[in-house]
Ligand binder design. Sequence first.
Ligand code: PEP
Length: 255
Amino acid sequence: MNKALRKAVIAGNWKMNMTPSQAKALIEEMKPLVKDADCDVVLCVPYVDVFAAMEAAEGSNIKIGVENCHWAESGAFTGEISSVMLKEIGVPYVIIGHSERRQYFGETDVTVQKRVRAALDNGLKVILCVGEYLEQREQGITSEVVRMQTKIALGGVSEAELENIIIAYEPVWAIGTGKTATAEQANEVNAEIRKCVGELYGKTAADKLTVQYGGSMNAKNADELLAQEDVDGGLIGGASLKAADFSVIVKAASK
Ligand code: PEP
């Protein structure tokens, strides 16, 4: 089974939640619960929490990431953080292209591509988010949408660099809504993304790519979603703010 070629990655996306002291407390609670994970465990946190989170996670199997980064090294981009800055403080992961960035902060496929380029140039591992709106699914163009997002974001990315990319399929209608894609829907679109990557880089590279599902994954539905052949982990919002729930998802990915 090709699934065996890929390491599952469970990544939390804390969004705009948790102060540094809350971050520290939550990671301390999570550490013993996820220590035996047979998958990679990542927590993407607000920038101000990075130091507290890295300190709390030190010596554990939890890796810390952030939720965005700018494409320029430095300059007049008030309020932004560059991947050079992230590299210097040793942050290994960054989410790029999350639908909330696309929806509320003017992120486009082109700026996603630029951010991916900068992150890879600075040695970061990218969790690249793609996914359709409900209207697009209803119109029957989910496949076209995720293919276009994937192709543009990966423009200029080499096959060797693909090893530092994880793609998260996140249907926008399922994020933070409590509506989860069915396991079949998640698997179908994840497989389509892998097919698209295979067309760009070849089947061997595509078979090694981690493709997560994200969108209201929780302690109850994780087992079924993560058992799918093309679902190699999850990007978890709400449930990553609760140690017990997050650890159940980590355990489901470790089976
Ligand atoms: C997310 O933020 O990427 C996400 C999937 O959120 P939730 O799990 O809350 O739907």
